[in-house]
Design a protein around this ligand. Structure first.
Ligand code: ADP
Ligand code: MG
Length: 310
């Protein structure tokens, strides 16, 4: 039985449809990532999985329990790291963890041992007695994760875990998550809007406007895009689009003022198109498809808003 099964999940905030019929399942020990731009419904899905928002329409089964009837049973098996901080900034790291442990029925030397163990693993043992507000963003994030892991959940849910972390800390986080899966068989679901974090997952679900538009391993998803990606900057993109179609038979699409062509032998096309239309081409970029290309292919939009500016 998969630890997460979701069927036809909808969620609306008043008139706004945040999830519009999402279906997927996650296997034991899997690292599963939801990739999507801001507003695509990641946090809404995350909050439903973490029992923060009740299921109103659709089916969610976690560890075999239907959330509609048994969210209280599931909760103690979940470790949750929200997008926004949940630690009390005025308390020390260990005070935060101690309170959390008490909520989960942990006391005394058992609790003490666990707090020490988890802080040590995350490399923040020496900050145990410091107030959370005195820690850097990266260390606070690690303390959040320590809290989520304290009661040894089977299922770990993380909403945008890498946001605000520098590359070194991201790496520590990635290694720690890998360790949890391999050693303890923990199933991990995270949400992200960054490509490298999604690349590190076993499987990725791509969310757009509340819908799951694709699901698969990063390689499977990239195979949805045929061959290579060629991006052409031109002062007359509309005319050039037509000419490329007439000359080469490729359907170029205009994505944020660049012409985007998917083709099998990209290097040959680059050579030929530059030779054919030298006056109309300002720049050409060529590469293997990324998950961003998959997203563009499926939605016609960029994943990251800031890409629209350039
Ligand atoms: P993401 O985490 O991918 O950025 P969210 O799940 O936070 O997406 O949001 C999905 C959609 O639902 C967005 O259009 C957002 O504006 C809307 N939304 C999220 N939370 C609320 C809320 N509490 N009330 C009203 N609308 C909301
Ligand atoms: Mg979010």
């Amino acid at each position: 039985m998969p630890p997460i099964e979701v069927e036809n999940l909808y969620h609306a905030y008043g008139e706004r449809q945040a999830l519009a019929g999402v279906t997927f399942s996650v296997s034991q020990g899997e690292l599963f990532g939801f990739l999507g731009p801001n507003g695509s419904g990641k946090s809404t899905l995350f909050k439903i999985l973490s029992t923060l928002i009740p299921v109103t329409n659709g089916m969610v089964r976690l560890l075999g329990y239907d959330l509609v009837h048994a969210s209280h049973v599931v909760r103690k098996h979940l470790g949750v790291v929200f997008q926004h901080p949940s630690l009390d900034a005025k308390l020390t790291v260990s005070e935060n963890l101690r309170h959390h442990g008490h909520l989960y029925g942990l006391w005394g030397s058992e609790l003490k041992g666990r707090i020490h163990g988890v802080l040590d693993r995350l490399g923040i043992a020496e900050r145990t007695r410091d107030r959370v507000e005195t820690l850097s963003g990266g260390l606070q994030r690690r303390a959040e994760l320590a809290k989520a892991m304290l009661h040894r959940p089977n299922l770990l849910l993380l909403d945008e875990p890498s946001t605000g972390l520098d590359p070194g800390v991201r790496k520590t986080l990635r290694e720690y998550l890998a360790h949890l899966r391999e050693k303890d068989g923990v199933t991990i679901v995270l949400t992200t809007h960054t490509l490298d974090e999604a690349e590190g997952c076993h499987r990725v679900g791509i969310l757009n406007e509340g819908k799951l538009v694709a699901i698969g391993t990063p390689d499977e998803l990239k195979n949805l895009v045929g061959g290579d990606i060629v991006l052409i900057d031109s002062s007359t993109p509309d005319q050039l689009r037509v000419k490329i179609n007439q000359q080469f038979g490729y359907e170029a699409t205009l994505v944020d003022r660049s012409l985007r062509v998917e083709c099998e032998r990209g290097h040959e096309f680059v050579r030929d198109v530059v030779a054919k239309f030298p006056a109309e081409i300002r720049a050409v970029r060529f590469g293997k498809p990324t998950l961003e290309d998959v997203f563009i292919k499926l939605t016609g939009r960029h994943l990251r808003e800031e890409d629209k500016q350039n």
